[in-house]
Design a protein around this ligand. Sequence first.
Ligand SMILES: Nc1ncnc2c1ncn2[C@@H]1O[C@H](COP(=O)(O)OP(=O)(O)OP(=O)(O)O)[C@@H](O)[C@H]1O
Length: 237
Amino acid sequence: MNRDVDRELAIETRDLTKIYGSGNTEVVAMRNASMKVSVGEVVALLGPSGSGKSTFLTAVGLINPPTSGQVYIRGQLVLDGSTAHTNLRAFRRRHIGFVFQKSNLIPFLTAIENVQIAIELNGESSRAARRKAMELLDDLGVGDRAENRPSMLSGGQQQRVAVARALANNPSVILADEPTAALDSERGRQVMELFCQVAHEHGAGVIVVTHDHRALDVFDTTYEMEDGRMSPPTHTV
Ligand SMILES: Nc1ncnc2c1ncn2[C@@H]1O[C@H](COP(=O)(O)OP(=O)(O)OP(=O)(O)O)[C@@H](O)[C@H]1O
């Protein structure tokens, strides 16, 4: 990626601070955390347990607002401290895709239905949604498992379906919390590589919280949190 060009930003956070509790129980979980993620950039977020990664990710995901600081998505100010500048639920559904540690697929729906339903919820016709869902499953190498329920799929295949679902509505932003934690290192790497490839192709800004230092070369940029503070970015050459 050519970083000399001022690319369009998918995500920008400015000085995010989060304080839980008050008085004796006050915890400053995040201090002035700033990050810029361009369209098509895939970022790894590292840090020890309790360093504030989930607090940061859930603030960017508009789930757990910061105490102060701003979140911009595609240049639009969405959160200023705990003040919402848009309808957060609607904005989240349209612009943000989530991938969790476990795939969280709906057990009684097939792989394709799990992806299709996410597209239909955003107002697509069932036919168009099914076609798009199939394309995504094919992209992620699980098209041949489209008619299987999650219990018939391996952990890696389930996670690929979950990634397809996160990409379903062409989100500007994808947030993943240890998406490969339940997989062995080889399968974890495969899922991460595919995830990055598809995110690049779809032009989303992606932040992945990971503990796996072995797969860092698949990311464009790495940040590290420690004691609530965000490091400057390290770019992969
Ligand atoms: N709801 C809460 N109330 C009070 N303190 C909290 C709350 N959530 C998190 N914390 C505290 O904030 C700090 C940062 O937690 P956070 O979960 O963001 O860290 P993390 O880096 O994601 O950790 P892990 O890797 O273990 O998930 C920790 O000290 C944690 O105990």
